[in-house]
Design a protein around this ligand. Structure first.
Ligand SMILES: [Zn+2]
Length: 471
């Protein structure tokens, strides 16, 4: 069965067929963090899901190019920076570093590219320029540049692809300058915001005067810069569907860079909200958790990740501390089973248990049905425990189970403490790289090193030989 999932663009479950068809390459963009504060556990639900999607595509043999931006200039950040004496970068770098620490703690593979908006100002200005050239954007009296929905629609292009909008209330030329607004406020939105005193030192020169980019244009510019004008998969939390993603489509397709008949993005994949202890997260309710809050309480990143991955991405999920304690128990059972397999295998090797991998594939290919996947995994664990208890677990069978298990943990991102050294597959790649260096095949050694790097691991040379270290 082929991979199928819910495409917000078509509002239906569709088979995943990348734009390049048989090439088995997939471009994946996920809207990254706005680095104005520590990211909370709700933000990480999206990132862990995007990591699962990437790992699953890789499991299925796709070569994935994963891009996640860092939003380091937008309304909230400017507001916070204004309250400090430092620069924008002074302020955001602390939260950016913290974000990647948390990201890694949750076992997320580092995306291949993590562009910062402030490093892509030239591309953003160029994209706004193209929209003005095409008559789809205009400079207002205050020097800000707005996207004209009316002109866009007059070109036969569609605004409101991800959700239905009511244009009857809309008056042409009506504008909204803030980065976030409700769908009732549909109006021309800001691409470039003219400098105002409240911006302090945060501004750049542009053909339209000093100012800064709006939030939406940042993602259009960064995604198309790194993945091309049309790419396969765009992800984010469901709260980004409007206006952020709708505006991304309008800006990107409005610039007209796509080949005829090709969309900006073929599949839009959105993750649902997270509730914490049954309620919407809020600092005043005391249910607002960052990853570091939970680590400080003694939970591990692996437990948090497991719990986040027990819920289907389209269902809102109630994250609780009790759930985390149950996650610890569940992972304990898995690790115990792994120990039994290792003991029974006694060094034997075998190809992976195909039946187990088929069940995993059937589940995750079916709109990332994680409940079915965990159901199959725990049924398998019960079976192994039964065999082990009656002394009937044969070495070959145990080795096949171990080999399957290695693939499963890699797909789910649940490497244990010991394999957090590195998954077996990657250790094999490291050995091949060492052999290539020994044989002075440096080009091949470099290719293997890059392969490790794209899987999120760096080679560290130590007196005891080369080993892998997480990037
Ligand atoms: Zn975005």
């Amino acid at each position: 069965m082929a991979l199928r999932f819910f495409n917000t663009l078509s509002r239906s479950v569709q088979e995943f067929v990348p734009l390049e068809g048989d090439a088995k390459r997939a471009g994946l963009y996920c809207c990254g963090p706005t680095v104005h504060d520590f990211a909370h556990i709700g933000n990480f639900r999206t990132f862990v899901f995007a990591d699962l999607v990437r790992r699953w595509l890789e499991f299925k043999g796709y070569s994935v190019r994963h891009v996640m931006n860092i939003t380091d200039v937008e309304d909230k950040i400017i507001h916070r920076v204004a309250q400090t004496n430092g620069s924008l970068r002074d302020y955001t770098s602390k939260y950016e570093a913290a974000f990647f620490e948390d990201f890694q703690a949750l076992g997320c593979l580092r995306p291949h590219e993590t562009p910062r908006a402030t490093d892509c100002i030239a591309e953003i200005i160029s994209l706004i320029g193209k929209l003005i050239e095409r008559g789809t954007a205009y400079r207002a009296a205050d020097g800000s540049v707005y996207f004209s929905i009316e002109k866009y629609q007059a070109r036969g292009l569609r605004y409101g692809q991800l959700l239905k909008l009511n244009f009857e209330e809309m008056r042409p030329g009506q504008r909204v300058s803030s980065d976030e607004y409700a769908k009732e406020a549909v109006a021309d939105f800001a691409l470039w915001k003219a400098r105002v005193p409240a911006d302090g030192g945060v501004f750049w020169p542009s053909p339209w005067g000093e100012g800064r980019p709006g939030w939406h244009i940042e993602c259009s510019a960064m995604s198309m810069k790194l993945l091309g004008p049309s790419f396969d998969l765009h992800m984010g939390g469901e709260d980004l569907i409007f206006p952020h993603h709708e505006d991304e489509i309008a800006q990107s397709e409005g610039a007209g860079l796509q080949a005829p008949g090709r969309p900006f993005v073929k599949y839009w994949l959105h993750g649902a909200h997270l509730l914490v202890e049954g309620k919407k997260m809020s600092k005043s309710l005391g249910n607002y958790f960052t990853v570091r809050d939970l680590l400080a309480q003694g939970f591990t990143g692996r437990e948090i990740r497991y719990l986040l991955l027990t819920a289907h991405y389209r269902e809102s999920f109630n994250f609780t501390l009790d759930g985390l304690r149950a996650a610890r128990t569940a992972l304990g059972r898995l690790d115990e089973c792994l120990g039994k397999l290792r003991e029974a295998a006694a060094g034997a090797t075998a190809p992976p248990d195909g039946n187990m991998l088929q069940q995993l594939t059937d589940s995750l290919d079916d709109d990332f049905n994680v409940s079915a996947a965990w159901g199959a995994i725990f049924e398998w664990v019960r079976n192994i425990n039964r065999l082990a208890a009656s002394g009937k677990l044969l070495p070959g069978q145990a080795a096949a189970g171990l080999a399957a298990w290695q693939k499963i943990v890699l797909a789910m991102g649940l490497e244990t403490g010991e394999t957090a050294g590195a998954p077996q597959e990657l250790l094999a790649v490291l050995e091949q790289r060492n052999a290539a260096r020994k044989a002075k095949e440096f080009k091949r050694a470099d290719v293997l090193r890059d392969q490790l790097k794209s899987a999120g691991w760096a080679i560290e040379d130590t007196p005891k030989g080369a080993r892998l270290k997480r990037l």
